[in-house]
Design a binder for this molecule. Structure first.
Ligand code: ZN
Length: 133
């Protein structure tokens, strides 16, 4: 399991949301998304590159295959935990931000167990699909 810091996790989400666009992410766009200065972003991206999760080439940033897998599992854990919170009565926005503060620390199989407990939801409270591996 590749461990991440909170900032690395946020960076992975920022790079990931960009992959639906036909163009790879640029540093300036990522910096805007995570509300950090470019030098800080470069430092975090450098660490993610060392972990084999992203590739930087000609100013473009994209996820590696390992990075994509890691993102899929991060997004799945986020959505499962968020669903648990909302089903427990927590407001959606509050659930989303609370879960964002620890979802990256939850092991994939723990998230899968929680998912089973709440009936393997197919969508998160925002309506996004929860894809199982
Ligand atoms: Zn969310």
């Amino acid at each position: 399991m590749i461990e991440l810091t909170k900032r690395e996790r946020d960076m992975m989400f920022a790079v990931n949301t960009h992959t639906s666009s036909p163009f790879p992410a640029r540093l300036s766009e990522i910096a805007k998304k995570v509300h950090l200065k470019p030098p800080t972003v470069i430092e975090i991206l450098r660490r993610l590159e060392l972990k084999g999760l992203i590739i930087r080439e000609k100013g473009m940033i994209r996820l590696t295959d390992i990075g994509k897998k890691k993102c899929d599992s991060l997004v799945r854990s986020h959505r499962i935990l968020e669903t648990l919170f909302v089903e427990s009565g927590v407001d959606i926005q509050e659930a989303c931000s609370a879960v964002s503060s620890f979802d990256y620390l939850v092991q994939t199989d723990a998230a899968e167990k929680i998912s089973k407990l709440i009936g393997k939801p197919e969508k998160c409270p925002h309506g996004y699909p929860i894809k199982y591996g």
